[in-house]
Design a protein around this ligand. Structure first.
Ligand code: NAG
Length: 250
């Protein structure tokens, strides 16, 4: 609860996430949107309205750090390209657009700092499970794929899943979105998840969380784009994929 309140204070933008699950070899799209109106106090009605297809709307309580607070409008000016000199291929062909988010990470593509934050944040949540989950390593193949695919969403800025064989989490948000807010938003779905019965609370999502803590997943690679609208789409792919319907994450 405290976390949720903090989140509203720290990130006043809008967030929506989409997860992908696998059933019997096929891909069953599972998407949902969540919103946090700028004034705070996400309404369930707004959430439902944002959901697509068969979905389960979810409210996002996203964590963020102090830096995010100042960054509701993330027009952080690009301080020289120093940090930006993109990691060897981290951003696939995406490259770095020149601006930084409130955490000082590129708004387009990735650099070494961003990669470390993404991997560390995933592994922090995996370790917290106390379930012997192996830490994830960065996977350049997945990162290149994620960047390349995310670029195709630039025009409509919709969370439309790829048909890759990889696990996949998407996040869309207004300026000010950071990697930490994104990975925390996915991981904090844990509160909606009931391990014993392997179920989510009605109308809530927990598939992103399951992807983050899936035991047999060993690597992650992500991409990040700025849509033509100015919003951001973040995509992480996972290998080996998890989120098989009816299977517990660990
Ligand atoms: C990265 O992902 C690719 C694509 O699935 C896979 O073939 C490769 O083994 C992975 N590498 C690591 C280090 O996990």
């Amino acid at each position: 609860m405290i976390a949720a309140v903090l989140c509203l204070l720290l990130f006043s933008g809008r967030l929506a996430a989409a997860e992908k699950s696998f059933g019997g070899g096929g891909y069953s799209g599972l998407e949902a949107g969540g919103q946090q109106p700028e004034t705070g106090g996400a309404s369930e009605a707004a959430l439902a309205g944002a959901a697509e297809q068969t979905t389960t709307p979810a409210a996002y309580s996203s964590g963020g750090d102090a830096a995010a607070a100042s960054g509701g409008s993330a027009e952080a000016s690009a301080s020289s390209g120093g940090e930006a000199a993109a990691a060897s291929g981290g951003g696939g062909g995406g490259g770095y657009g020149g601006k930084l988010d409130p955490d000082g990470d590129p708004e387009v593509g990735l650099n070494e700092k961003a990669i470390k934050e993404i991997v560390d944040e995933h592994n922090m949540f995996r370790a917290k499970e106390n379930a012997g989950l192996p830490p994830l390593v960065w996977n350049e193949t997945l990162a290149k794929w994620s960047q390349k695919y995310a670029e195709t969403l630039k025009g409509n800025c919709q969370q439309i899943h790829s048909t890759s064989p990889y696990g996949e989490n998407l996040m869309e948000g207004t300026p000010g979105l950071t990697w930490k807010i994104t990975v925390d938003g996915w991981s904090e779905e844990k509160k909606n998840y009931h391990f014993d019965s392997d179920t989510c609370d009605a109308g809530k999502m927990c598939g992103h969380y399951k992807a983050v803590v899936w035991k047999t997943t060993t690597s992650v690679g992500c991409g990040r784009i700025k849509c033509n609208s100015g919003d951001t789409i973040i995509m992480c792919s996972y290998w080996p994929p998890g989120n098989y319907d009816g299977v517990k994450p660990y």
